[in-house]
Design a protein around this ligand. Sequence first.
Ligand code: BGC
Length: 378
Amino acid sequence: MKKKLLSALLCGAMAASLFVGCGTSTATTDTSAEPAATEDTADDAADTSSAATGTKVGVAMPTKDLQRWNQDGANMQSELEAAGYEVDLQYASNDVQTQLSQVENMINSGCNVLVIAAIEASSLGEAMDMAAEAGIPVIAYDRLIMDSDAVSYYATFDNYKVGTVQGEYIEKTLDLANADKTFTMEITAGDPGDNNASFFYQGAIDVLQKYIDDGTIVVKSGQTDFADVATAAWATENAQSRMENILSSYYADGTNLDIALCSNDSTALGVENALAANYSGEYPIVTGQDCDIENVKNMIAGKQSMSIFKDTRTLASQVVKMVGQILSGSTVDVNDEETYDNGTGIIPSYLCDPVYADKDNYKELLIDSGYYTEDQLQ
Ligand code: BGC
Protein backbone atom coordinates (compact mmCIF):
# COMPACT_ATOMS: atom_id res chain seq x y z
CA MET A 1 0.00 0.00 0.00
CA LYS A 2 1.21 3.43 -0.91
CA LYS A 3 2.18 5.52 2.04
CA LYS A 4 2.07 9.25 1.56
CA LEU A 5 4.21 11.89 3.13
CA LEU A 6 1.35 14.31 3.58
CA SER A 7 -0.47 11.73 5.64
CA ALA A 8 2.65 11.11 7.64
CA LEU A 9 2.97 14.78 8.50
CA LEU A 10 -0.71 15.16 9.21
CA CYS A 11 -0.73 12.13 11.35
CA GLY A 12 2.37 13.05 13.26
CA ALA A 13 0.73 16.37 14.09
CA MET A 14 -2.51 14.65 15.02
CA ALA A 15 -0.85 12.09 17.16
CA ALA A 16 0.97 14.85 18.98
CA SER A 17 -2.27 16.77 19.55
CA LEU A 18 -3.97 13.54 20.54
CA PHE A 19 -1.66 13.03 23.43
CA VAL A 20 -2.02 16.62 24.51
CA GLY A 21 -5.77 15.93 24.48
CA CYS A 22 -5.29 12.78 26.51
CA GLY A 23 -3.56 14.66 29.24
CA THR A 24 -6.63 16.76 29.86
CA SER A 25 -9.17 13.99 29.53
CA THR A 26 -10.23 11.35 32.00
CA ALA A 27 -8.60 8.64 29.90
CA THR A 28 -6.49 6.02 31.55
CA THR A 29 -3.92 6.60 28.85
CA ASP A 30 -0.52 5.08 29.32
CA THR A 31 1.86 7.81 28.26
CA SER A 32 4.55 5.24 27.64
CA ALA A 33 2.61 4.65 24.43
CA GLU A 34 3.48 8.15 23.28
CA PRO A 35 4.33 8.00 19.61
CA ALA A 36 7.57 9.02 18.00
CA ALA A 37 7.26 12.48 16.47
CA THR A 38 8.84 11.45 13.22
CA GLU A 39 7.76 8.91 10.64
CA ASP A 40 7.93 5.42 12.01
CA THR A 41 8.77 2.77 9.49
CA ALA A 42 8.10 -0.16 11.80
CA ASP A 43 5.59 -2.66 10.57
CA ASP A 44 1.89 -2.26 11.26
CA ALA A 45 1.67 -4.93 13.90
CA ALA A 46 4.36 -3.29 15.96
CA ASP A 47 2.69 0.10 15.46
CA THR A 48 -0.56 -1.24 16.77
CA SER A 49 0.63 -3.14 19.79
CA SER A 50 2.84 -0.34 21.10
CA ALA A 51 0.06 2.22 20.78
CA ALA A 52 -2.78 0.08 22.06
CA THR A 53 -1.94 -0.15 25.74
CA GLY A 54 -4.46 1.82 27.80
CA THR A 55 -6.01 3.34 24.73
CA LYS A 56 -9.77 3.55 24.31
CA VAL A 57 -11.45 3.65 20.91
CA GLY A 58 -15.02 4.88 20.57
CA VAL A 59 -16.96 3.16 17.80
CA ALA A 60 -20.29 4.77 16.89
CA MET A 61 -22.55 2.74 14.60
CA PRO A 62 -25.89 3.95 13.23
CA THR A 63 -28.31 1.11 13.96
CA LYS A 64 -28.69 -2.53 14.84
CA ASP A 65 -31.67 -2.80 12.50
CA LEU A 66 -29.53 -3.48 9.49
CA GLN A 67 -27.46 -6.60 9.52
CA ARG A 68 -24.33 -5.03 8.09
CA TRP A 69 -23.82 -2.56 10.94
CA ASN A 70 -23.99 -5.40 13.46
CA GLN A 71 -21.24 -7.13 11.54
CA ASP A 72 -19.23 -3.93 11.24
CA GLY A 73 -19.52 -3.25 14.97
CA ALA A 74 -18.70 -6.81 15.95
CA ASN A 75 -15.71 -6.97 13.62
CA MET A 76 -14.39 -3.63 14.83
CA GLN A 77 -14.79 -4.61 18.47
CA SER A 78 -13.10 -7.99 18.15
CA GLU A 79 -10.24 -6.69 16.02
CA LEU A 80 -9.61 -3.69 18.25
CA GLU A 81 -9.73 -5.82 21.40
CA ALA A 82 -7.41 -8.37 19.84
CA ALA A 83 -4.98 -5.53 19.18
CA GLY A 84 -5.14 -4.54 22.86
CA TYR A 85 -7.49 -1.55 22.76
CA GLU A 86 -10.38 -0.86 25.08
CA VAL A 87 -13.53 -0.38 23.01
CA ASP A 88 -16.67 1.68 23.58
CA LEU A 89 -19.11 0.43 20.92
CA GLN A 90 -22.48 2.19 20.62
CA TYR A 91 -25.49 1.86 18.34
CA ALA A 92 -27.92 4.76 17.98
CA SER A 93 -31.17 3.23 16.61
CA ASN A 94 -30.84 5.52 13.60
CA ASP A 95 -31.55 8.50 15.85
CA VAL A 96 -29.34 11.50 15.18
CA GLN A 97 -29.64 12.99 18.69
CA THR A 98 -28.79 9.65 20.27
CA GLN A 99 -25.69 9.35 18.14
CA LEU A 100 -24.68 12.90 18.96
CA SER A 101 -24.85 12.26 22.70
CA GLN A 102 -23.13 8.90 22.36
CA VAL A 103 -20.19 10.56 20.62
CA GLU A 104 -20.10 13.35 23.20
CA ASN A 105 -20.04 10.71 25.95
CA MET A 106 -17.20 8.92 24.21
CA ILE A 107 -15.22 12.14 24.22
CA ASN A 108 -16.04 12.91 27.87
CA SER A 109 -15.20 9.39 28.97
CA GLY A 110 -11.72 9.60 27.54
CA CYS A 111 -11.80 7.87 24.17
CA ASN A 112 -8.55 8.55 22.37
CA VAL A 113 -9.76 7.90 18.83
CA LEU A 114 -13.28 7.98 17.41
CA VAL A 115 -14.53 5.76 14.62
CA ILE A 116 -17.93 6.97 13.45
CA ALA A 117 -20.44 5.68 10.92
CA ALA A 118 -22.70 8.73 10.90
CA ILE A 119 -26.48 8.47 10.71
CA GLU A 120 -26.65 11.83 9.02
CA ALA A 121 -23.63 13.30 7.33
CA SER A 122 -23.98 16.84 8.67
CA SER A 123 -25.51 16.36 12.10
CA LEU A 124 -22.51 15.68 14.29
CA GLY A 125 -21.18 19.26 14.28
CA GLU A 126 -21.17 19.85 18.03
CA ALA A 127 -19.52 16.54 18.83
CA MET A 128 -16.98 17.12 16.07
CA ASP A 129 -16.11 20.51 17.53
CA MET A 130 -15.59 18.86 20.91
CA ALA A 131 -13.36 16.21 19.36
CA ALA A 132 -11.30 18.86 17.59
CA GLU A 133 -10.90 20.84 20.78
CA ALA A 134 -9.77 17.75 22.69
CA GLY A 135 -7.38 16.81 19.86
CA ILE A 136 -9.10 13.48 19.29
CA PRO A 137 -8.67 12.06 15.79
CA VAL A 138 -11.88 11.04 14.04
CA ILE A 139 -12.09 8.34 11.40
CA ALA A 140 -15.28 8.48 9.35
CA TYR A 141 -16.32 4.86 8.93
CA ASP A 142 -18.09 3.89 5.70
CA ARG A 143 -20.03 7.19 5.59
CA LEU A 144 -18.30 10.54 5.32
CA ILE A 145 -19.01 13.12 8.03
CA MET A 146 -19.61 16.41 6.25
CA ASP A 147 -18.82 20.02 7.05
CA SER A 148 -16.31 19.37 9.81
CA ASP A 149 -12.57 19.76 9.75
CA ALA A 150 -12.32 17.40 12.73
CA VAL A 151 -12.46 14.43 10.35
CA SER A 152 -8.93 13.07 10.03
CA TYR A 153 -9.44 10.09 7.72
CA TYR A 154 -12.18 8.27 5.89
CA ALA A 155 -12.32 4.52 5.32
CA THR A 156 -15.03 3.06 3.13
CA PHE A 157 -15.73 0.98 0.06
CA ASP A 158 -15.49 2.69 -3.28
CA ASN A 159 -19.04 4.03 -3.22
CA TYR A 160 -19.14 5.25 -6.81
CA LYS A 161 -17.87 1.86 -7.95
CA VAL A 162 -20.68 0.16 -6.04
CA GLY A 163 -23.13 1.96 -8.34
CA THR A 164 -21.00 1.32 -11.41
CA VAL A 165 -20.93 -2.40 -10.72
CA GLN A 166 -24.73 -2.45 -10.28
CA GLY A 167 -25.21 -0.55 -13.55
CA GLU A 168 -22.77 -2.78 -15.42
CA TYR A 169 -24.46 -5.90 -14.06
CA ILE A 170 -27.76 -4.72 -15.56
CA GLU A 171 -26.05 -3.67 -18.81
CA LYS A 172 -24.35 -7.03 -19.21
CA THR A 173 -27.24 -9.24 -18.11
CA LEU A 174 -29.64 -7.63 -20.58
CA ASP A 175 -26.95 -7.01 -23.21
CA LEU A 176 -28.19 -3.45 -23.43
CA ALA A 177 -25.51 -2.43 -25.93
CA ASN A 178 -27.04 -4.77 -28.53
CA ALA A 179 -30.64 -4.67 -27.42
CA ASP A 180 -33.38 -4.46 -30.04
CA LYS A 181 -36.18 -4.04 -27.53
CA THR A 182 -37.14 -1.63 -24.80
CA PHE A 183 -36.72 -2.39 -21.10
CA THR A 184 -38.66 -0.75 -18.29
CA MET A 185 -36.81 0.30 -15.15
CA GLU A 186 -37.58 1.85 -11.77
CA ILE A 187 -34.94 3.27 -9.47
CA THR A 188 -34.79 3.09 -5.68
CA ALA A 189 -31.93 4.99 -4.08
CA GLY A 190 -30.80 5.58 -0.50
CA ASP A 191 -31.15 8.14 2.25
CA PRO A 192 -30.40 11.70 1.14
CA GLY A 193 -28.76 12.38 4.53
CA ASP A 194 -26.14 9.71 3.80
CA ASN A 195 -23.32 11.04 1.66
CA ASN A 196 -22.83 7.58 0.12
CA ALA A 197 -26.32 7.46 -1.34
CA SER A 198 -25.70 9.90 -4.18
CA PHE A 199 -22.40 8.15 -5.05
CA PHE A 200 -24.21 4.81 -5.43
CA TYR A 201 -26.96 6.42 -7.49
CA GLN A 202 -24.57 8.37 -9.70
CA GLY A 203 -22.27 5.41 -10.34
CA ALA A 204 -25.21 3.38 -11.68
CA ILE A 205 -26.82 6.23 -13.59
CA ASP A 206 -23.54 7.06 -15.31
CA VAL A 207 -23.59 3.55 -16.81
CA LEU A 208 -27.30 3.50 -17.66
CA GLN A 209 -28.00 7.11 -18.70
CA LYS A 210 -27.11 6.54 -22.33
CA TYR A 211 -29.69 3.74 -22.54
CA ILE A 212 -32.32 6.02 -20.98
CA ASP A 213 -31.38 8.74 -23.46
CA ASP A 214 -31.64 6.46 -26.52
CA GLY A 215 -34.91 4.89 -25.34
CA THR A 216 -33.53 1.40 -24.65
CA ILE A 217 -34.54 1.92 -21.01
CA VAL A 218 -37.85 3.55 -20.17
CA VAL A 219 -38.59 4.69 -16.63
CA LYS A 220 -42.39 4.59 -16.73
CA SER A 221 -42.87 6.55 -13.52
CA GLY A 222 -40.67 9.31 -14.92
CA GLN A 223 -38.90 9.37 -11.54
CA THR A 224 -35.20 9.47 -12.27
CA ASP A 225 -33.76 12.36 -10.24
CA PHE A 226 -32.02 11.40 -7.03
CA ALA A 227 -34.46 13.49 -4.97
CA ASP A 228 -37.43 11.60 -6.45
CA VAL A 229 -36.04 8.11 -5.98
CA ALA A 230 -34.34 8.54 -2.58
CA THR A 231 -35.51 6.43 0.39
CA ALA A 232 -35.62 8.14 3.79
CA ALA A 233 -33.52 6.25 6.37
CA TRP A 234 -32.90 3.47 3.82
CA ALA A 235 -36.08 1.96 5.27
CA THR A 236 -37.55 -1.18 3.73
CA GLU A 237 -41.12 0.05 4.46
CA ASN A 238 -40.48 3.34 2.65
CA ALA A 239 -39.05 1.61 -0.41
CA GLN A 240 -41.93 -0.86 -0.34
CA SER A 241 -44.73 1.72 -0.19
CA ARG A 242 -43.17 3.81 -2.94
CA MET A 243 -42.82 0.75 -5.18
CA GLU A 244 -46.40 -0.33 -4.41
CA ASN A 245 -47.58 3.07 -5.65
CA ILE A 246 -45.44 2.84 -8.77
CA LEU A 247 -46.65 -0.68 -9.56
CA SER A 248 -50.28 0.25 -9.19
CA SER A 249 -49.92 3.51 -11.11
CA TYR A 250 -47.72 2.38 -14.00
CA TYR A 251 -47.61 -1.41 -14.22
CA ALA A 252 -51.15 -2.50 -13.33
CA ASP A 253 -51.97 -2.68 -17.06
CA GLY A 254 -49.77 -5.77 -17.38
CA THR A 255 -46.60 -3.98 -18.47
CA ASN A 256 -43.56 -5.90 -17.26
CA LEU A 257 -41.06 -4.23 -14.99
CA ASP A 258 -37.68 -5.40 -16.33
CA ILE A 259 -35.23 -3.67 -14.02
CA ALA A 260 -35.45 -2.61 -10.38
CA LEU A 261 -32.25 -0.73 -9.71
CA CYS A 262 -32.00 -0.67 -5.91
CA SER A 263 -29.03 0.90 -4.17
CA ASN A 264 -28.88 -1.56 -1.29
CA ASP A 265 -30.44 -4.63 0.25
CA SER A 266 -32.84 -2.96 2.68
CA THR A 267 -34.43 -1.02 -0.17
CA ALA A 268 -34.30 -4.08 -2.45
CA LEU A 269 -36.20 -6.02 0.21
CA GLY A 270 -38.95 -3.38 0.15
CA VAL A 271 -39.14 -3.60 -3.62
CA GLU A 272 -39.23 -7.41 -3.45
CA ASN A 273 -42.09 -7.24 -0.91
CA ALA A 274 -43.98 -4.86 -3.18
CA LEU A 275 -43.45 -7.16 -6.16
CA ALA A 276 -44.61 -10.19 -4.19
CA ALA A 277 -47.86 -8.47 -3.25
CA ASN A 278 -48.63 -6.41 -6.34
CA TYR A 279 -47.04 -7.83 -9.43
CA SER A 280 -47.60 -10.88 -11.57
CA GLY A 281 -45.48 -10.11 -14.63
CA GLU A 282 -42.07 -11.51 -15.48
CA TYR A 283 -39.74 -10.98 -12.53
CA PRO A 284 -37.30 -8.06 -12.98
CA ILE A 285 -33.57 -7.86 -12.43
CA VAL A 286 -33.24 -6.56 -8.87
CA THR A 287 -29.93 -5.16 -7.63
CA GLY A 288 -28.81 -4.69 -4.05
CA GLN A 289 -25.85 -4.12 -1.78
CA ASP A 290 -24.48 -5.64 1.45
CA CYS A 291 -25.32 -9.32 0.92
CA ASP A 292 -27.66 -9.28 3.92
CA ILE A 293 -28.81 -12.79 4.78
CA GLU A 294 -32.47 -12.21 3.80
CA ASN A 295 -31.35 -10.86 0.44
CA VAL A 296 -28.91 -13.67 -0.22
CA LYS A 297 -31.75 -16.10 0.50
CA ASN A 298 -33.86 -14.17 -1.99
CA MET A 299 -31.00 -14.35 -4.47
CA ILE A 300 -30.88 -18.11 -4.10
CA ALA A 301 -34.69 -18.20 -4.54
CA GLY A 302 -34.47 -16.08 -7.73
CA LYS A 303 -36.08 -12.98 -6.22
CA GLN A 304 -32.96 -10.80 -6.26
CA SER A 305 -30.38 -10.91 -9.03
CA MET A 306 -27.29 -9.60 -7.33
CA SER A 307 -25.96 -7.82 -4.30
CA ILE A 308 -22.75 -5.90 -3.89
CA PHE A 309 -20.50 -7.76 -1.47
CA LYS A 310 -18.66 -5.40 0.84
CA ASP A 311 -16.62 -7.63 3.09
CA THR A 312 -16.97 -5.80 6.39
CA ARG A 313 -14.01 -7.78 7.74
CA THR A 314 -11.75 -6.01 5.24
CA LEU A 315 -13.03 -2.57 6.20
CA ALA A 316 -12.73 -3.27 9.92
CA SER A 317 -9.15 -4.52 9.51
CA GLN A 318 -8.24 -1.44 7.52
CA VAL A 319 -9.69 0.86 10.14
CA VAL A 320 -7.98 -0.95 13.01
CA LYS A 321 -4.74 -0.57 11.09
CA MET A 322 -5.48 3.15 10.63
CA VAL A 323 -6.10 3.55 14.36
CA GLY A 324 -2.73 1.97 15.11
CA GLN A 325 -0.96 4.09 12.53
CA ILE A 326 -2.53 7.30 13.84
CA LEU A 327 -1.66 6.50 17.44
CA SER A 328 1.89 5.52 16.71
CA GLY A 329 2.46 8.55 14.52
CA SER A 330 3.41 6.48 11.52
CA THR A 331 2.17 6.96 7.98
CA VAL A 332 -1.51 6.23 7.55
CA ASP A 333 -2.41 4.07 4.56
CA VAL A 334 -4.71 5.93 2.19
CA ASN A 335 -5.35 5.25 -1.47
CA ASP A 336 -7.53 8.19 -2.46
CA GLU A 337 -6.86 11.85 -1.92
CA GLU A 338 -9.18 13.39 -4.46
CA THR A 339 -12.70 12.01 -4.26
CA TYR A 340 -14.09 12.89 -0.86
CA ASP A 341 -14.36 16.57 -0.04
CA ASN A 342 -16.47 16.96 3.09
CA GLY A 343 -16.99 20.68 2.62
CA THR A 344 -13.82 21.61 4.50
CA GLY A 345 -11.41 20.03 2.03
CA ILE A 346 -10.39 16.61 0.81
CA ILE A 347 -10.39 13.91 3.47
CA PRO A 348 -7.60 11.37 2.89
CA SER A 349 -9.41 8.10 2.30
CA TYR A 350 -8.90 4.39 2.06
CA LEU A 351 -11.34 2.84 -0.39
CA CYS A 352 -11.88 -0.92 -0.25
CA ASP A 353 -12.98 -2.72 -3.37
CA PRO A 354 -16.61 -3.81 -3.76
CA VAL A 355 -17.52 -6.84 -5.90
CA TYR A 356 -20.86 -8.33 -6.84
CA ALA A 357 -22.35 -11.59 -5.65
CA ASP A 358 -25.03 -13.45 -7.56
CA LYS A 359 -26.36 -16.99 -7.60
CA ASP A 360 -23.33 -18.18 -9.58
CA ASN A 361 -20.57 -16.95 -7.30
CA TYR A 362 -22.16 -16.46 -3.86
CA LYS A 363 -20.90 -19.80 -2.52
CA GLU A 364 -17.31 -18.95 -3.23
CA LEU A 365 -17.58 -15.36 -2.03
CA LEU A 366 -19.77 -15.78 1.00
CA ILE A 367 -19.47 -19.36 2.20
CA ASP A 368 -15.97 -20.47 1.20
CA SER A 369 -14.57 -17.21 2.60
CA GLY A 370 -16.26 -17.93 5.96
CA TYR A 371 -18.47 -14.81 5.81
CA TYR A 372 -21.57 -16.97 6.29
CA THR A 373 -22.13 -20.61 7.04
CA GLU A 374 -24.29 -22.63 4.66
CA ASP A 375 -26.86 -23.01 7.47
CA GLN A 376 -27.32 -19.26 7.78
CA LEU A 377 -28.47 -19.11 4.18
CA GLN A 378 -31.05 -21.95 4.43
C1 BGC B 1 -23.78 1.86 3.40
C2 BGC B 1 -24.52 0.69 2.80
C3 BGC B 1 -25.81 0.46 3.56
C4 BGC B 1 -26.61 1.75 3.73
C5 BGC B 1 -27.79 1.58 4.62
C6 BGC B 1 -24.68 3.06 3.43
O1 BGC B 1 -24.02 4.16 3.94
O2 BGC B 1 -22.61 2.14 2.67
O3 BGC B 1 -23.70 -0.45 2.84
O4 BGC B 1 -26.61 -0.45 2.87
O5 BGC B 1 -25.80 2.76 4.25
O6 BGC B 1 -27.41 1.29 5.92
